[in-house]
Design a protein around this ligand. Sequence first.
Ligand code: SAM
Length: 292
Amino acid sequence: MEIKTNIYLGDSKEELKKLSDNSIDLIVTSPPYADQRKNTYGGIRHEKYVEWFLPISEQLIRVLKPSGTFILNIKEKVVKGERSTYVMELIIAMRKQGWIWTEEFIWHKKNSYPGKWPNRFRDSWERLLQFNKSKRFNMYQDEVMVPMGDWAKTRLKKLSDTDKIRDNSKVGSGFGKNISNWLKRDKAYPTNVLYLATECNNKNHSAAFPEELPEWFIKLFTKENDVVLDPFMGSGTTLSVASKMKRNSVGIDIVPEYYKMVKKQIKETELYLCETKAKYEKTKNKRRSKIR
Ligand SMILES: C[S@@+](CC[C@H](N)C(=O)[O-])C[C@H]1O[C@@H](n2cnc3c(N)ncnc32)[C@H](O)[C@@H]1O
């Protein structure tokens, strides 16, 4: 099946209205953070952030499938000596709008800039908030398993009796840990902390995120031919990763230069795919004629 990438130029609040209800499997995005990047694409003041975002999230909940997931990358700044509370206010407002706040992943930035501040240390993480429309959503956990490493060997030495039997009596949850089950396996499920560098290949946008970020969530929440949306696409990182992973994608940005840049990238990829296909067909035909 042919993979499609569609992009729109304009304000997400309006452009999202062009998308059908329940048509998106995954939304991964990093909107402008409050009080930042006024010179590039206009910063939204933290007091006005929730008011600005809610009409957009109202469209997002409409276009997302009930089995879909919304990942929102965001982080509050320090304003006049204290952390702004706009992200917390946004979570509460979105819950009132009908969203389920399922999880919070942490993006630990392995290489954040060093620095010295009088009353705090350097900021080294950002929030990746997971919202859903329904408690039953698609999640392909096996796709993001990580190598077990030396954990099993070290743990084996210290195995207690309760580790060897299914230990579900204490809280009565019905979920036991039986650690000995994990010892012969070479892969484990990851935690909710993603350790990624801030640097990325895409130098054409001042706030592009690393490709591994959308890649991890696309693996976890979608399958081939599903549809991924980034309503603040910037340089199009989410879209190009989705396309490489054989997912359809939709992107929106308000800045014409970013739109044009992504459009050019899509054309180049299409051209490359056409050429590769043509080369493949040519070699296939040559081989066939030799056999005859
Ligand atoms: C943090 S950047 C996204 C960067 C992107 N993740 C990447 O990897 O390049 C946020 C983007 O949102 C766009 N933007 C700001 N307000 C918007 C709006 N109302 N509708 C659509 N796009 C908007 C900006 O132009 C900017 O490119």
